[in-house]
Write a protein that binds this ligand. Structure first.
Ligand SMILES: Cc1cn([C@H]2C[C@H](O)[C@@H](COP(=O)(O)OP(=O)(O)OP(=O)(O)O)O2)c(=O)[nH]c1=O
Length: 191
């Protein structure tokens, strides 16, 4: 078995799954940071900042290792939809998103203190929802847990119930833009 080449600073099972798809060999250590979520006029800057915070928190504890951090938010009407507080909040979010197009930003950061590497980047996708009534939202909640997902949905689950179409990277909407991340990991010989 080969040794892990970097640390994924995330608790997200989706990010783990995405990285496994490109054959990455990594350890997982979730970062315990205070993320910026609301009242931010620049959502793309916000996710980049949060990704940097997560990677830096682990990198400071493991200065020899490369660390990858990431952050995803949903943006609509000048507002950020982070993870819902409860099912009522999740329902309100899906009603806001229903029948309309919103933006998903993911920021990602790769840091290695020993090598002096700190790269922060991001990707943007657009998702258009089908119109959603209460019965459809109930059916969606039967099959998907919305509480651990930005915007209260996952593009990877129950897709046909809620998603009409999307533009951009599917993996970016799930939590980590794979093409960009793969190129970055290859550049640093981490794949
Ligand atoms: C929009 C969308 C988000 N999500 C998920 C990805 C992220 O896990 C989550 C956004 O929250 P994040 O704060 O980006 O990530 P996290 O708290 O789950 O993990 P960590 O901070 O430890 O890295 O929403 C989906 O799974 N599918 C989607 O379509």
């Amino acid at each position: 078995m080969s040794l892990a080449k970097f640390i994924l600073a995330s608790q997200s099972p989706r990010r783990r799954e995405l990285l496994e798809r490109i054959g990455a060999n990594f350890d997982v250590m979730p970062a315990d940071v205070e993320e910026f979520e609301e009242g931010h006029g620049d959502p793309e800057g916000m996710v980049r900042h949060n990704a940097q915070l997560k990677a830096a928190w682990i990198a400071d504890k493991h200065p020899q290792r490369f660390v990858l951090g990431s952050d995803t938010t949903v943006h609509i009407d000048g507002r950020v939809l982070a993870k819902p507080e409860d099912l009522e909040d999740a329902r309100r979010m899906l009603k806001t998103l229903g029948g309309r197009t919103h933006i998903v930003y993911t920021g990602f950061a790769l840091i290695c203190r020993k090598r002096g590497v700190e790269v922060v980047d991001g990707a943007r996708s657009e998702v258009t929802f089908k119109p959603l009534d209460d019965a459809t939202i109930d059916a969606y909640f039967e099959i998907v847990n919305p509480l651990d997902k930005a915007g209260a949905y996952g593009i990877q689950e129950g897709t046909e119930l809620i998603i009409d179409s999307f533009v951009g990277s599917h993996s970016n909407i799930m939590g980590l833009p794979l093409d960009e991340t793969k190129a970055l990991l290859e550049r640093h010989k981490l794949l």
